[in-house]
Design a protein around this ligand. Structure first.
Ligand SMILES: [Zn+2]
Length: 268
């Protein structure tokens, strides 16, 4: 789908040699061994996702943020984010860029146009899932800087370190993203980005909504970061706060992987 003019033949060739290519994922989840005990055990399940049935979504990887700490932590991750995206695109995985609230910046690009122009597909009735409270309190906005930063709309586009190319799309709308997945036979959505306890869970294109619509989500746990201030409950370090949100997601929403999932040699 979505090929345009000059590179269409190249895409057909690569599609044929990609047939049979799988991503081998070590999915980390958590189970409550004795129900109601609140005693949880980590487990890892190996699964192979066909590249043609898999998308990677970058959630709110903006060019800037009102919180200096959030900017500093994202700057440490964007290089690896782009390496994952480049490697996955090369293998035929659909890439979805979702920098919320910045669609005006992309309105005239083919990456935005091709998803805007897709026919809408109605999602199924949402699955009714338990939605327990998050383990960190970010009701203060989650800034851990001293002095604290004041919120404002600091972002205008996706971070320029992330390449947008080939058959990529740009959308910040859950129905658009669902339509792309459903019409393309894509069952698996691998989520990269920020912030773990906010947009990564709560955007219309992100983990809770897509899980309720039956999409198999996976969070890349070394390419995410929470908004959490250690001065707030549970009064743990920022890193520990992010880890607790990741554990919460593994218990209640979806498994996680490390970003190395894309590097193993293809199996064709
Ligand atoms: Zn801050």
């Amino acid at each position: 789908m979505m090929s345009e003019g000059h590179d269409a033949s190249e895409r057909t060739d690569s599609a044929s040699w990609r047939r049979g290519d799988y991503l081998r994922l070590h999915l980390r989840s958590r189970v409550e061994i004795f129900k109601g005990s609140d005693e949880w055990a980590e487990l890892v399940v190996e699964r192979e996702f066909p590249v043609g049935e898999t998308a990677i979504l970058l959630c709110d990887v903006w060019d800037n943020h009102w919180c200096r700490g959030a900017v500093r932590r994202l700057e440490q991750m964007v290089g690896q984010m782009n390496a994952v995206v480049d490697a996955a695109r090369e293998r035929g995985v659909q890439i979805i860029h979702s920098p919320s609230g910045t669609m005006d910046f992309y309105v005239d690009t083919p990456y935005r146009q091709r998803i805007v122009n897709l026919p809408r597909v109605s999602p199924p009735p949402p699955r009714e899932l338990l939605d327990p409270p998050l383990p960190v309190d970010a009701s203060d906005g989650g800034c851990d800087c001293d002095p604290p930063d004041k919120p404002y709309k600091a972002w205008t586009r996706q971070h320029p370190a992330i390449t947008i190319a080939g058959a990529d799309v740009i959308s910040d709308d859950g129905l658009e993203v669902y339509s792309l997945l459903a019409s393309g036979g894509i069952k698996n959505l691998i989520v990269v980005g920020v912030h773990t306890n906010m947009c990564v869970l709560h955007r219309s294109f992100a983990i809770k909504q897509m899980t309720r619509w039956g999409v198999r989500c996976v969070l890349v746990r070394d390419l995410t970061d929470a908004m959490y201030n250690p001065r707030m409950p549970p009064h743990v370090s920022h890193v520990e706060g992010t880890d607790r949100v990741i554990e919460h997601i593994e218990k209640h929403w979806c498994p996680t992987v490390l970003s190395s999932f894309v590097s193993p040699v293809p199996s064709w």
